[in-house]
Design a protein around this ligand. Structure first.
Ligand SMILES: Cc1cc2nc3c(=O)[nH]c(=O)nc-3n(C[C@H](O)[C@H](O)[C@H](O)COP(=O)(O)OP(=O)(O)OC[C@H]3O[C@@H](n4cnc5c(N)ncnc54)[C@H](O)[C@@H]3O)c2cc1C
Length: 338
């Protein structure tokens, strides 16, 4: 993937700049390219989809598919239809007369519309980055019970996050395994009814906070503050996430109390011409949902730009017919003649 040219390109106006090249952003680009729209995707790399070792719930991939392979295919598909996909981090977004200016370091790009497809950042357990990424690649760490609870069937599972959110994840996983333990990263914050329910469903709750987490062979090993050591086949951090919404909120887009960008039914935010799709929008945080939202946003953008072009053509035709209209006296003469 090329990096965005550093020179400023003020005369090049894209129909749409998509910020984020995960499944959501790339689907928007595939649709916009096929609508013959001039579209650029700018992607910082990383992202949640890229970290998927193998996804088994995507329709059409009965043997599953890795996140990186999926993104490579989607990038090629978007480029086939003329979308430009570039590596870079957008650090500025502003409103202009024509739409938006999108800034990356010294570069400044212009777009009639913008799609925010920037995803969320998962809060991680305290462990070195490399160990974290290796454990994720080997599915010793997992972030999405909806995605891969099935693959964890019968395993000894830990859920890290001893609060309402962690309790909900542990209960979601319960049908897949009889050995589920809820751990606390810091002090536990469980309400009494949650504790009773967990107990009734046979989920063990450990209140001694976690001191550190490491990998030992095929196990994930958790050391508690009191010195006890526990090992698991897999661990789900349930520590919440932060939506990457700052660029949108900076120009006035509304968010909910979790920081997810709010949109209408066509994925348009409270800022006209600014759309948001994928995990950064409140929803099920799944690839199928992200691609569905992107299809809706791209079609709405295409229709919006068609309507604008039609309005412009009508206004232009009216003003040019007025300017070619003969002056009043001449019109009267013409009228007298007929
Ligand atoms: C371990 C794991 C396994 C999962 N397994 C599955 C599964 O099996 N099935 C499933 O449906 N879902 C799965 N998910 C969820 C899935 O990954 C997400 O729902 C999906 O990736 C959302 O797509 P997205 O495009 O919104 O976000 P992402 O895939 O996170 O992509 C966002 C992109 O935006 C870029 N970006 C952010 N800010 C900027 C910026 N300022 N400038 C430029 N680029 C920027 C990021 O670099 C990133 O590339 C899994 C998630 C995880 C973490």
């Amino acid at each position: 993937m090329d990096t965005v040219a550093l020179a400023s390109q003020p005369h090049e106006i894209s129909d749409c700049i998509v910020i984020g090249g995960g499944p959501a952003g790339l689907t928007a680009a595939i649709y916009l390219g096929r609508f013959l729209r001039k579209c650029m995707v700018i992607d910082a790399g990383g992202g949640r989809a890229r970290s998927i070792p193998r996804s088994h719930n995507l329709p059409g991939f009965p043997e599953g598919i890795g996140g990186a392979e999926l993104l490579a295919g989607m990038t090629r598909q978007a480029e086939t239809y003329g979308a430009i996909v570039r590596h870079g981090t957008v650090d500025r977004l502003a409103l202009t007369e024509d739409g938006f200016s999108v800034g990356l370091g010294a570069s400044m790009l212009a777009a009639r519309t913008v799609v925010m497809a920037t995803g969320v950042f998962n809060h991680r357990p305290i462990m070195p980055d490399k160990m974290h990424d290796d454990a994720l690649a080997r599915a010793l760490l997992r972030y999405c019970p909806i995605c891969d609870g099935f693959e964890a069937k019968g395993m000894k599972i830990a859920v890290l996050g001893c609060d309402r959110h962690g309790a909900a994840e542990a209960e979601f996983l319960r049908p897949y395994s009889a050995q589920i333990t809820l751990l606390a990263q810091r002090s536990p914050d469980l309400e009494w009814p949650d504790e009773v329910r967990l107990n009734q469903s046979g989920i063990e709750t450990i209140k001694d906070a976690v001191n550190d987490i490491c990998v030992d062979g095929n196990q994930i090993v958790v050391r508690l503050r009191g010195g006890r050591e526990l090992s698991f086949d897999t661990l789900y951090p349930a520590l919440g996430s932060t939506p990457q919404a700052q660029l949108a909120t900076g120009i006035g887009a509304d968010v909910n109390d979790l920081g997810c960008i709010l949109t209408d039914a066509h994925q348009q935010t409270s800022v006209p011409g600014l759309y948001a799709v994928g995990d950064v929008v409140e929803g099920l945080d799944q690839i199928s949902v992200a691609t569905g939202q992107a299809a809706k946003a791209a079609t709405a953008i295409h229709n919006l730009l068609r309507e604008r072009a039609q309005r412009f053509a009508t206004a232009h035709a009216a003003s040019s017919s007025q300017s070619t209209r003969p002056p009043e006296a001449a019109r009267r003469r013409l009228h007298l003649k007929t």
